[in-house]
Design a protein around this ligand. Structure first.
Ligand SMILES: *[C@@H]1O[C@H](CO)[C@@H](O)[C@H](O)[C@H]1NC(C)=O
Ligand SMILES: *[C@@H]1O[C@H](CO)[C@@H](O)[C@H](O)[C@H]1NC(C)=O
Ligand SMILES: *[C@@H]1O[C@H](CO)[C@@H](O)[C@H](O)[C@H]1NC(C)=O
Ligand SMILES: *[C@@H]1O[C@H](CO)[C@@H](O)[C@H](O)[C@H]1NC(C)=O
Length: 541
C-alpha cells in the first residue's frame, strides 16, 4: 500500500521546486472524500464503439532514416503489438507530409521477394537478430534527439522511402495482426495548389502488386501547413483532394472499398474549425471516418498537477462535443492521433505512471461521448508519449492499454457517481460490457473502471442489484513509493510489478477476487478495472 502522505508531499515539493510547475495552480484537491455511491445502468447500451477502439500509431518520423524501420522486426515489439489486437496501426504524423516514395525498381524486388509474402512462417524468418536490435536501439536514442530538435525548430527535412520500408511496415502490421493505415503526403501540390497524386499512385501501385491489405489517410494537421511548410490549403480544397484520392482508390482492384480517413486536423481552435467545416462540405462523402487530433497540454509547459486535474481532463469533453456537432450525423468520428501532451510529450510525465490518468480517462470519455476509435500516439517512436521505452520494454500506459483491451468490450453503459463531493470530483468512472472476445467471464458481466485523482483511498458502493456479484479487481498503482511514486516507469497490478517474462511472453494479468457484497476500495492515486462477473446485464449477454 502506498503512503498517501508521501505522495502528496511529493507534489507539494514539486510545486515548490519543480521547474515544470505552473506556479499559481493549486495543488491537488484534498477533499476528504472517503466513500461514494455509484449507479449503474445495466439495461441500456448507450453506445457501441469499434472493436478496435483502442488503437495505436507509429510516427512517420521512424522513417526519417529507413534503417530504423528494422526495429519493427524486433520479436519483443511484435509480442507487445500482438497482444493489443484487434487494433488499427496508423503510420503518419508531421513527417508524412515531407516524405516521398522513391521505388528502387526491379533490382530491389528481385532481391527481396520474401517480405511480400509475410504470412505464416515468414513472419518468424523476418526477425531482427539481437545484436542488430541492440545497435539500432542505441542509434535510435540519438536519432530521437535529432527528430525532437527538428520539431522544436519547426524545420522539417524532406525524405524518401523505398519499397523496403513499406515492406517492413506492412510485415510488422500484418504479422502482428494490426490493421495498417498509411498516411499519404498531401503537401505534394500542383501549381494550382491542388494535390498532386502522382507519387501516391506509385505507392498504391506497389502496395497493390504486393496485395497489401491496408487503408489510407491524406495529410496530417493541414491547419498548420502554413507554419510548417509555407503552404496554405483551405478545407474546401482539401476535401476535393480527398475526393480525388477516393476516385483513385475506387479504380483499384485491391483498394476499391478500403477505408479513407481524414482530415486529421488539430483540436478545434478558431480557424481550425473553419478548415474542418470547409473540408466536410466537399470531402465528407469521400471519408469513412472523420479524424481529429487531441492533446491536453503542451509538453513544454505542463506539470504533474495538470495530469491529475479533473478540469484539465474535462476539457476533452468540450472539444469532443464541438467536433461531433460539426460532423454530419451518421459519420463516424475518430481521435486519429492523441496523447497527453503535444510537442513529443512532457518529459518525465508522459512516459510514467501518472500519464495513465489522462489515458484511461480519455478512453472512458471518448467512448461515452460517441467517438468510434482512439489512436494512441505512439506505440514506438521519439518523444516521451510512447508505450514502449528505448529498450522496447513496456511502459505503464502499455500495461494499462493491455488491461483495457482484455477487459473492456465495445458496448458503453452508463455509470454515475452519486454524491461525488466537492467541485473537483476526484473520482471518475466508466462502465462497459466486459469484453467477451478475450475473457472467459460469463455472459452479462460488466467492467467498471475508475480513477482516483485524490491522495485518499475511496470506498465505492455499488447499487443493490449488483452488490451480490463476485468481483474481480485489477488495481493499478505505481510500483514505487515515496517522492517518485507518480513518476515511476513501472506499475503494479494488485501489488505485483508488471514486466515481460521474456521477449516473447507477457505475464498473466490476474485479477483479485472479492467476495460478494464487499465494497470496492480504490487506493489514492490509482486506477482500477472491476469485473462484475455475475452482473447479468441483459445487454451484455
Ligand atoms: C521473385 O518472384 C518472381 C515472380 O514473382 C520469381 O520469378 C523470382 O524467382 C523470385 N525471386 C526470388 C529470389 O525468390
Ligand atoms: C495479412 O495478410 C493476409 C494475406 O495478404 C491477409 O489476408 C490478412 O487480412 C492480413 N491481415 C492484416 C491484419 O493485415
Ligand atoms: C506531379 O508531380 C510529378 C512528380 O512526381 C510531376 O512530374 C508532375 O509534373 C506533377 N504534376 C503536376 C500537374 O504538377
Ligand atoms: C443477495 O444475496 C442474499 C443472500 O444470498 C439474498 O438474501 C439477497 O436477496 C440477494 N440480493 C439480491 C439483490 O439479489
Amino acid at each position: 500500500m502506498k503512503s498517501a502522505a508521501t505522495a502528496v508531499s511529493t507534489i507539494v515539493a514539486l510545486a515548490l521546486f519543480g521547474s515544470l510547475c505552473v506556479g499559481a495552480k493549486t495543488v491537488i484537491s484534498v477533499d476528504d472524500v472517503q466513500s461514494i455511491r455509484v449507479d449503474l445502468d445495466l439495461f441500456r447500451v448507450a453506445r457501441r464503439v469499434d472493436e478496435r477502439f483502442l488503437s495505436v500509431a507509429i510516427d512517420a518520423s521512424l522513417l526519417a532514416q529507413e534503417k530504423f524501420m528494422n526495429l519493427l522486426n524486433s520479436p519483443k515489439l511484435r509480442t507487445l503489438a500482438k497482444a493489443l489486437i484487434p487494433a488499427f496501426l496508423r503510420f503518419g504524423g508531421t513527417k508524412q507530409d515531407f516524405m516521398k516514395f522513391n521505388p528502387r525498381g526491379r533490382y530491389f524486388q528481385a532481391r527481396d521477394n520474401s517480405s511480400s509474402a509475410v504470412q505464416g512462417k515468414l513472419c518468424e524468418r523476418l526477425e531482427l537478430p539481437p545484436f542488430l536490435e541492440n545497435r539500432l536501439k542505441q542509434e535510435w536514442v540519438l536519432q530521437s534527439k535529432t527528430l525532437l530538435q527538428e520539431e522544436l525548430e519547426g524545420k522539417y527535412k524532406k525524405t524518401k522511402f523505398s519499397e523496403y520500408a513499406v515492406d517492413l511496415l506492412y510485415a510488422f502490421a500484418n504479422c502482428s495482426g494490426l490493421d495498417l493505415i498509411f498516411g499519404l503526403n498531401a503537401l505534394l501540390r500542383t501549381s494550382e495548389n491542388t494535390w498532386n497524386s502522382t507519387n501516391a499512385e506509385l505507392l498504391l501501385k506497389y502496395c497493390e502488386s504486393r496485395q497489401y491489405v491496408m487503408s489510407w489517410e491524406l495529410g496530417n494537421e493541414p491547419n498548420s501547413y502554413e507554419k510548417k511548410a509555407g503552404i496554405r490549403v483551405d478545407g474546401y480544397q482539401l476535401g476535393q483532394d480527398f475526393v480525388h484520392l477516393h476516385q483513385i482508390l475506387q479504380e483499384s482492384v485491391v483498394y476499391h472499398s478500403t477505408g479513407l480517413y481524414g482530415p486529421d486536423v488539430s483540436q478545434p481552435r478558431d480557424h481550425r474549425k473553419d478548415l474542418l467545416t470547409g473540408f466536410l462540405e466537399t470531402g465528407a462523402k469521400a471519408i469513412t471516418a472523420c479524424t481529429w487530433h487531441h492533446y491536453y497540454v503542451n509538453g513544454r509547459d505542463t506539470s504533474l498537477e495538470d495530469f491529475l486535474d479533473p478540469e484539465v481532463l474535462d476539457t476533452l469533453a468540450t472539444k469532443i462535443n464541438e467536433i461531433v456537432e460539426s460532423v454530419s450525423p451518421g459519420k463516424k468520428v475518430w481521435l486519429g492521433e492523441t496523447s497527453s501532451a503535444y510537442g513529443g510529450g512532457a518529459v518525465g510525465l508522459s512516459d510514467t505512471f501518472v500519464a495513465g490518468f489522462m489515458w484511461l480517462d480519455k478512453l472512458g470519455l471518448a467512448a461515452e461521448l460517441g467517438l468510434d476509435v482512439v489512436i494512441r500516439q505512439v506505440l514506438i517512436g521519439s518523444g516521451t508519449y510512447h508505450l514502449v521505452d528505448d529498450n522496447l520494454d513496456p511502459l505503464p500506459d502499455y500495461w494499462l492499454s493491455l488491461l483495457y483491451k482484455k477487459l473492456v468490450g465495445p458496448e458503453v453503459l452508463k455509470a454515475q457517481v452519486l454524491m461525488n463531493s466537492g467541485p473537483k470530483k476526484p473520482i471518475r468512472l466508466y462502465l462497459h460490457c466486459t469484453n467477451r472476445k478475450s475473457t472467459h467471464y460469463r455472459p452479462g458481466a460488466v467492467t467498471l473502471f475508475a480513477l482516483n485523482l485524490n491522495k485518499n483511498e475511496v470506498t465505492i458502493s455499488l447499487p443493490a442489484h449488483t452488490a451480490n456479484s463476485t468481483i474481480e479487481a485489477f488495481v493499478l498503482q505505481s510500483a514505487e513509493t515515496g517522492e517518485q511514486s507518480l513518476y515511476s516507469r513501472s506499475v503494479e497490478l494488485n501489488g505485483q510489478v508488471l514486466r515481460m517474462v521474456d521477449d516473447r511472453t507477457l505475464p498473466p494479468l490476474k485479477g483479485r477476487e472479492l467476495p460478494p457484497g464487499e465494497r470496492l476500495k480504490l487506493p489514492g492515486f490509482s486506477f482500477a478495472f472491476y469485473v462484475l462477473i455475475e452482473a447479468q446485464a441483459p445487454v451484455c449477454k
